[in-house]
Design a protein around this ligand. Structure first.
Ligand code: V07
Length: 264
């Protein structure tokens, strides 16, 4: 008798990306999403292309993901572009990677400005080539007054290095009697990190199937939801991102409820 009603409830209705976006935007959105953009080399290898072709294609995914995250209303998007470990790669590959910020920004900076996106960076810029530093500096200046989504590139970033630097900084303040021992609180440690002005990520995404943090934002990810997908970064698209966001919204709704015995 209630067949019809029941069927309506249980039959999966295919919905368009736009419909899914509209529904997702009515639910709690992660404020800060961090992404480990893995699988560029593998993407190239599968196509018998040089690794740098994968990095270049990955750069287009950065643009697509930035615009989509901005549309969703995500406030901070942190992308792991270059790790302190990446210096071990062949010099030619490093040279190519270091040209990507310049190419990315000469192509997409006007679009970022139009979309009110603010470009920022974490990591140590000292070791970066001058042309790379200059490109990023220019983008940060051009977008400094934007108050929309923060697009935060982790460049020459390593989490343990960041933590060691924060400890050094706090120890120095202590030795100068600028702070007392009892002021070494979680809050003050957070304030000594490169992300001091940002909320912690609510969601970490890693593409390409590896299930590791690889020295990325270890302190900041303490309470984040972790999402791993087999999709290679150059293939990562809006539908893949939305799958993860929808999953996050289901998970954080469960966490928000009183029924479970979840640990935060
Ligand atoms: C890089 C493309 C994405 C996949 C991961 C490795 C290769 C964008 C940037 C970038 C960085 C700073 C900035 C503007 C753009 C970038 C590197 C590598 C080193 F201000 N993509 N991308 N930087 N890849």
């Amino acid at each position: 008798m209630f067949d019809k009603l029941l069927r309506k409830k249980t039959t999966a209705v295919p919905s368009t990306l736009q419909e899914r976006v509209t529904i997702a935007k009515e639910k709690p959105m992660p404020t800060h999403v961090a992404i480990i953009m893995d699988g560029n080399g593998r993407w190239a290898k599968q196509r018998k292309l040089p690794r740098i072709a994968g990095h270049h294609e990955g750069m287009k995914t950065v643009r697509k993901t930035t615009l989509f995250a901005n549309d969703l209303g995500i406030r901070v998007l942190t992308l792991y572009a270059f790790s302190t470990e990446n210096w071990k790669r062949p010099k030619r590959e490093i040279d190519f990677l270091m040209k990507l910020p310049g190419e990315f920004l000469s192509t997409y900076l006007p679009e970022l400005v139009e979309n009110n996106v603010k470009v920022e960076m974490i990591g140590s810029s000292e070791l970066l080539p001058a042309h790379t530093k200059e490109a990023i500096q220019k983008a940060m200046e051009a977008t400094a007054d934007n108050d929309g989504m923060i697009l935060n590139f982790a460049m020459n970033y390593g989490s343990r290095f960041e933590i060691a630097e924060a400890v050094k900084n706090l120890a120095h303040q202590l030795s100068e009697n600028l702070i007392q021992l009892d002021e070494l609180t979680e809050e003050n440690v957070s304030s000594a990190m490169m992300t001091a002005h940002l909320p912690d990520p609510d969601l970490l995404i890693r593409t390409s199937g590896e299930v590791r943090l690889s020295n990325f934002m270890l302190w900041q990810l303490a309470y984040a939801e972790l999402a791993f997908t087999d999709v290679l970064w150059p293939d990562f698209n809006e539908a893949n991102m939305l799958d993860i966001i929808e999953d996050y919204q289901k998970r954080s709704r469960r966490f928000g409820s009183l029924e479970g015995d979840e640990i935060k």
